[in-house]
Design a protein around this ligand. Structure first.
Ligand code: NAD
Length: 386
């Protein structure tokens, strides 16, 4: 009998004894259980879900491929690249079979490849939509990097395509799997320090390469807000557990000549119910990496707040210190687990679309010089918020 890996996986979907201890939706509700449960069982290699990375730039090569050497539920099975030199390098380095290497012309043929279950789109922002939709049409589950796309419309097209294909879609929001950030969620949402009244955060780095695609509006969609400011927006919503109702923003680019297409620096205020405010900023002309929340009976802050490692914090109750984890490995394993157990991702396409609605409103406010109201059709926060 030809019992393929795919059959095996579909049989595994229910009653996953060995995976029952994976950090999942319910187990993620507090940080203690997250940590105690994260030493979960590793699947044998031939049962792990296969991931193909699309776009082998800095993030894919510096973070995702190394993380996929540590994952326990998925593995690096394939690559999609436009650079023949990288095909050889990656095949050798990661032992990728020739049949699992694609380029942008034969990408759609991945539909016939049973080794590949998940496509991870790590291309410049405006390309996420096309490559996600084609992945769904090829019958694959998809992770799209942040920002999900460069317009709300494209986000919707991605969600629709995955839904029509019956495939799962998630966004590369790695900080939802990071213990210090999860502690912020616990402190904020559970009102451990009293109700949150005010939040502030900055995420900035100097970008001095005029040829970077990040400065090209067509490819990037926007400037630092879309690239790294998005993390500040995310932190405010996962700390408070509520959606903002309006926004006011200011383009504060210091050197407009250096940033002809996208903002160099932007500052915004997100207004939440009951008078809670987030003061956010993001820049390619500055450095910054922090988040702070003030509640009625105390405060908590992370600095750095959004890095791949080294995140730490303080609160009025004492230091916030947890062991470092591989955020990307946990993020990808949790998505693989969601596929196997047919559970919703905690960082789905709907969350990426929600953030795009906010970023479009921030740009609109900065451009029009007035407050803009936020309207969310589905009011999506995340599955914790029940
Ligand atoms: P990068 O420039 O290093 O890599 C981009 C890749 O896309 C390269 O391999 C490049 O060859 C390829 N590409 C294909 N068509 C291209 C085109 N027309 N123009 C430019 N490149 C093209 O970028 P990166 O830093 O790896 O970012 C890729 C994506 O990952 C972005 O969406 C970014 O926001 C996201 N990212 C996420 C994180 C995170 O922490 N989650 C961190 C870094 C980047």
């Amino acid at each position: 009998m030809n019992y393929s890996r795919r059959d095996f996986i579909s049989h595994l979907s229910f009653g996953l004894g060995s995976l029952a201890t994976l950090p999942g939706l319910t187990m993620y509700r507090n940080i203690e259980s997250f940590l105690s449960e994260s030493g979960y069982t590793e699947l044998p290699d031939d049962q792990k879900l296969g991931v193909a990375l699309v776009g082998l730039g800095r993030y894919a090569s510096g973070q995702l491929a190394p993380a996929l050497q540590e994952t326990k539920v998925c593995r690096l099975a394939g690559i999609v690249t436009g650079t023949p030199r990288k095909e050889k390098e990656w095949a050798r380095k990661y032992d990728i079979s020739e049949t699992n290497i694609y380029n942008y012309d034969n990408y759609d043929q991945i539909a016939e490849n049973e080794d590949i279950d998940i496509i991870y789109v790590v291309l410049p922002n405006s390309m996420h939509a096309e490559y996600t939709i084609r992945a769904a049409e090829a019958g694959k589950h998809v992770i799209s990097e942040k920002p999900m796309a460069t317009s709300v419309q494209d986000c919707q097209r991605m969600i629709d395509a995955c839904r029509a294909a019956g495939r799962k879609l998630s966004i590369g929001y790695r900080l939802h799997f990071e213990p210090h950030n999860r502690e912020l969620m616990r402190l904020g949402r559970n009102e451990v320090l009293g109700p949150v009244r005010k939040m502030s955060g900055a995420h900035s780095f100097p970008l001095n390469d005029p040829s970077a695609w990040r400065l090209d509006k067509e490819l990037a969609g926007g400037g630092p807000l879309m690239d790294v400011g998005i993390y500040v927006i995310q932190a405010s919503i996962y700390t408070l557990g509520k959606l903002p109702t309006s926004v006011r923003a200011w383009d504060e680019t210091k050197d407009p000549e250096q940033f002809p297409e996208v903002e160099g620096t932007i500052r915004w205020e997100l207004y939440f119910p009951e008078g809670v405010v987030l003061h956010g900023s993001s820049s390619y002309e500055d450095s910054g990496n922090n988040f702070r929340m003030e509640a009625t009976d105390g405060w908590a802050e992370l600095s750095p707040a959004y890095s791949y490692s080294g995140i730490e914090g303080e609160s009025s109750n004492g230091p916030i210190r947890f062991p470092q984890v591989n955020q990307q490995a946990l993020q990808m394993d949790d998505f693989a687990r969601c596929i196997l157990e047919d559970e919703p991702s905690i960082v789905p396409g709907e969350m990426g679309k929600r953030d795009m609605i906010i970023m479009e409103a921030i740009y609109e406010s900065a451009q029009k010089g007035r407050k803009v109201d936020l309207v969310f059709e589905d009011g999506f926060i995340d599955p914790f918020n029940t």
